[in-house]
Design a protein around this ligand. Structure first.
Ligand code: OAD
Length: 252
């Protein structure tokens, strides 16, 4: 049985907060059975990003890249939000203002019920044509034979997932919204992210520079753990329900 403790300061700051902001990474979905990127057995250990997650790789072999994303889309759609996702929905309902910033593309925060979600790296459930930019439905995607590249019905352009690949800009307005939330937050959590990929990894620092109390939740210290006010070691699915319970207890 894991023992998790939160400082009194964290619970007091959280109870008094007007705006709570949360940054999540792949670790929040690990307990839903979705592999992370950099943990042992993670996606970047088994697959090469340069062959799958950039526009050059896609144009070279669209069917391969589409197939990899179809596989990941299937895993995400079969997965269920875990206790960590559900606790973040509760935390949103207990907060006056709440922003959930995620690097995940699996759609699990939205399916769990969070309302204010900023998607920094896109959403794997959306697909669009690279030529006419039309949003394409799942049914249109699956009408193609295995091994054949899926193309747009309207203009025959290749269809790609609406996710950010290496070398690409973040979706318009997403980072600005995340930055604004970090600047306004009274408490900022960084949860289940290795904090290696920028600009997302810079958000806790922005929050702290603007006066937020910053706390990390992770099974191991991230690359920026030394900059946080507090590091809580444990799984998201265990620590987050305990955090919400501690907040409720403090308020009652
Ligand atoms: P990583 O795979 O880099 O990091 C996952 C983090 O989750 C690690 O720090 C783990 O220690 C932690 N972790 C694992 N299981 C956990 C659990 N049950 N509870 C809490 N923490 C846990 O994933 P990200 O930081 O999300 O970008 O990676 C950032 C970006 O790199 C991704 O969005 C993706 C990737 O390249 C794009 O695809 C654009």
């Amino acid at each position: 049985m894991e023992t998790i403790t939160f400082s009194d300061r964290l619970i007091e700051r959280l109870a008094a907060a007007t705006h709570v902001a949360v940054l999540t990474g792949a670790g929040i979905s690990a307990e839903s059975g979705i592999p992370t990127f950099r943990d042992p057995g993670g996606l970047w250990e088994r697959f090469r990003p340069e062959e799958l997650a950039n526009i050059q790789a896609f144009l070279k072999n669209p069917a391969l890249v589409q197939g990899w994303y179809a596989h990941r889309r299937e895993i995400a759609s079969q997965a269920q939000p875990n206790a960590g996702h559900l606790a973040l929905v509760e935390l949103e309902s207990l907060s006056t203002r709440f922003t959930l910033i995620t690097q995940n593309v699996d759609n699990l925060h939205q399916r769990a019920g969070n309302r204010q979600v900023v998607e920094l790296h896109g959403n794997i459930t959306h697909t669009y044509c690279i030529d006419c930019c039309r949003e394409v439905t799942e049914a249109e995607m699956t009408a193609f034979e295995k091994g054949e590249a899926a193309r747009c019905n309207a203009c025959s352009g290749y269809i790609r997932p609406d996710v950010v690949w290496f070398g690409e800009m973040l979706p318009h307005g997403a980072f600005e919204a995340a930055q604004q939330a970090a600047q306004r937050a009274d408490v900022f959590f960084s949860i289940g992210t290795s904090a290696i990929v920028y600009p997302a990894a810079g958000l806790p620092r922005i929050a702290r520079q603007h006066g937020a109390y910053t706390a990390e939740i992770n099974v191991q210290p991230s690359a920026i753990a030394g900059e946080m006010d507090e590091v809580i070691l444990g799984k998201g699915g265990i620590t987050l329900p305990l955090l919400v319970a501690a907040l409720r207890a403090h308020r009652s």
